[in-house]
Design a protein around this ligand. Structure first.
Ligand code: SME
Length: 179
């Protein structure tokens, strides 16, 4: 890719959501070449996602990850993120994040106040999307490793386009990191 400064990957110019999120995917792929450390890769992924939504003028106030807590079974622990300080741990099955893990399914929440058990790390959040990170080993066994969580200050911040492309991004994340 020639001479490119790392920070330039965070430059997004498209006002089209699909294009901007596809650019996140391409940039993530370029950045993780030869790198499998999950802390490193999730850190850059949260930055790419944050800057993509800022450039689209979507009022995202938090973008980041919770991963399985190696010390406490049944619990997620805060991972790399962009935004304000957040809850450190979440029980699997609780909140939007814990539900995405227990159901192994993306949760698109147009109004967090209507989601039973929503955990409000920031009272200003109005909507969110949570995508489970599902890795599979050589024998095809699937394991949920954590979640991508994106929060928004507006109601209905996310739709099926976000879901479709974020699931692609998270799928790449699941495959490219050593968990
Ligand atoms: N709202 C999430 C908790 C994580 S924070 O929003 C960063 C939930 O209900 O799981």
């Amino acid at each position: 890719m020639g001479e490119i400064h790392h920070a330039e990957y965070a430059n997004f110019s498209s006002s089209d959501k699909r294009e901007a999120l596809e650019q996140v995917l391409q940039s993530y792929d370029a950045l993780v070449e030869g790198q499998t450390n999950w802390v490193c890769n999730l850190s850059n992924a949260s930055s790419l996602i944050w800057h993509a939504y800022q450039s689209l003028n979507v009022p995202v106030n938090w973008a980041g990850f919770y991963v399985l807590n190696p010390e406490v079974p049944g619990e997620l622990i805060l991972g790399p993120f962009q935004g304000k300080v957040a809850c450190q741990t979440i029980k699997i099955g609780h909140g939007v994040c814990g539900t995405a893990v227990s159901q192994s399914e993306t949760q698109v929440v147009p109004d967090v106040n209507k989601f039973p058990g929503h955990i409000a790390c920031d009272g200003e959040t109005q909507s969110e999307i949570v995508v489970p990170i599902i890795s599979s080993n050589s024998s095809g066994e699937k394991t949920v490793q954590g979640v991508l969580d994106i929060d928004c200050l507006a109601l209905q911040g996310f739709d099926s386009i976000d879901q479709e492309i974020l699931e692609k991004i998270v799928n790449r994340i699941a495959q490219t990191c050593k968990w």
